[in-house]
Write a protein that binds this ligand. Structure first.
Ligand code: UDP
Ligand code: MG
Length: 306
């Protein structure tokens, strides 16, 4: 099998048939050996019935149907598990990502054996300024505090060689953040710009709130930096408490007015600082247990010659 497509679908009854048509049209005479793995992510509309009909009528379609909505990340995982292609592409069902771009990606992998993955990034964002600002800030923050690099504007739309797919499947963590996982597994990735199309039909399944929660998923899943906040705050507060004590005593000595309040305020600041520092220390151990608990592989080999 040359190519597998993984298509997560959530309430996409207006798009799945159109997607299939457009894809087969684009692949005609260009790719002869491909499969399309649709994952129905607990749709409440006719998505599954339409996919089932496609499955019965054609011989290049596979369908995974979820018992409820597990989210796009889980759908991608389930889809990847079913793929057999040398190349595998994750693509949305709403035709915002054109199947023609997949051909472009394939050509790059065909021509350059050193490249393992071609990922598309949005050259020009077709969204509100505030949304762009939020997304840009997210990338800035996460790239500063995480060891894994996140490519600005990159989407899940990408074509991967089999070893990379296997590596992503080996990351079995429950809270998934694909952009981070793709980056974590490494491999030589080439980024190409693409133009996002308007949704063929229906509306986006991502609200601002959902995106915000997803961004937190990315940060919490890929860095334990926030757990260091109490340590820094605590040490800072303890330093401030001493500074306060010195200044208060000097002022008190000069004005002959040393009250017990000084000791109370000092102790309040100092003990709060100590508390936060201890929480921070616990956080450090928690961070290590947390990362270990994810069971991520210690290394990922692309090839082993022996
Ligand atoms: N999707 C999914 N499960 C969800 C939300 C979305 O499988 O819980 C699918 C959706 O059907 C589409 C793709 O993920 O094929 C991208 O979703 P959408 O178009 O809503 O996102 P946007 O393009 O607005 O970022
Ligand atoms: Mg979309």
């Amino acid at each position: 099998m040359k190519l597998s497509l993984v298509v997560p679908c959530f309430n996409e009854e207006e798009n799945v048939i159109e997607f299939f048509k457009e894809t087969t049209k684009a692949f005609k005479d260009k790719v002869d050996d491909y499969e399309i793995v649709f994952v129905d992510d607990g749709s409440k509309d006719k998505t599954f019935l339409l996919l089932k009909a496609l499955y019965e009528k054609t011989n290049c379609v596979k369908v995974v149907s979820f018992s409820r909505n597990f989210g796009k990340e889980s759908a991608i995982y389930a889809g990847l598990e079913q793929t057999q292609g040398d190349y595998t592409c994750v693509i949305d069902a709403d035709l915002q990502q054109r199947p023609e771009v997949v051909l472009e990606m394939m050509q790059i992998l065909d021509e350059d054996k050193s490249i393992d993955c071609v990922a598309a990034y949005q050259d020009e964002r077709k969204e509100s300024k505030i949304m762009t600002l939020c997304k840009d800030s997210f990338y800035k923050i996460i790239n500063k505090i995480s060891d894994v690099e996140f490519y600005q504007g990159a989407s899940d739309f990408r074509l991967m060689r089999r070893p990379m797919v296997e590596a992503v499947l080996n990351m079995k963590e429950y809270h998934r953040f694909s952009k981070g996982l793709f980056s974590f597994v490494g491999f030589n990735t080439k980024f190409i710009p693409y133009e996002v199309q308007e949704r063929a039909a229906g509306t986006s399944k991502w609200s601002f709130a959902k995106l915000f929660i997803y961004a937190i998923e990315g940060i919490v899943g890929f860095t334990t930096a926030p757990l260091k906040i109490p340590t820094f705050a605590g040490i800072g507060l303890m330093a401030v408490s001493f500074l306060y004590l010195i200044i208060a005593l000097i002022v008190g000595a000069v004005t002959y007015n040393i009250s017990a309040m000084i000791a109370v305020i000092f102790l309040l600041l100092f003990l709060s600082g100590m508390n936060a520092t201890f929480i921070g220390i616990i956080g450090e151990y928690l961070a290590r247990t947390y990362m270990q608990g994810k069971g991520r592989p210690i290394y990922i080999a692309k090839e082993i010659l022996k």
